[in-house]
Design a protein around this ligand. Structure first.
Ligand code: HEC
Length: 125
């Protein structure tokens, strides 16, 4: 027993028990979402903060959450949120939607991919 436990500890320390790449990215996306988006966005339907809730955001028309405070620019845009549009928006929100009240972007493409992957997974559950 003791030997097995310490082998597991050793493997874990060596990084050999890390989850697969996909779930590692998922975990990364969750962490990044909490750090970079969670102050302003909830994933709970109906919970609007500074920004609209992002539950079911994939496939949703931009500016369409009831009760959320949107800029006219976003409400009147014809964007539908999916991987591609989210990537462009998150890279530079004000470049895609001049006049948007979301001003913070995620310049790092790998981080954007992780966050978008997390949002897609969160919707599928
Ligand atoms: C400082 C607050 C703040 C942060 C941080 C923030 N957002 Fe936003 N977000 C907003 C606001 C405000 C809006 C509404 C923008 C508008 O109406 O022009 C918005 C809008 C959005 C929308 C459009 C939603 C819709 O219903 O059309 C998406 C998608 C989005 N944010 C994703 C994110 C992601 C992902 C992150 C993290 C990388 C993030 N936001 C970080 C404030 C924030």
């Amino acid at each position: 027993m003791r030997a097995r436990t310490s082998l597991a500890a050793l493997l874990a320390a060596a990084g050999l028990l890390l989850p697969g790449a996909a779930s590692a990215q998922q975990a990364d996306g969750e962490r990044l979402f909490r750090q970079r988006c969670g102050t302003c966005h909830s994933l709970e339907p109906g919970q609007n903060r500074t920004g609209p809730h992002l539950s079911g955001v994939i496939g949703r028309k931009a500016g369409s959450v009831e009760g959320a405070r949107y800029s006219a620019a976003l409400r009147e845009s014809d964007i539908v949120w999916e991987g591609g549009t989210l990537d462009t928006f998150l890279a530079a929100p004000r470049q895609m939607v001049p006049g948007t009240s979301m001003t913070v972007g995620v310049p790092n493409a790998a981080q954007r991919a992780a966050i978008i992957g997390y949002l897609e997974g969160a919707v599928a559950q």
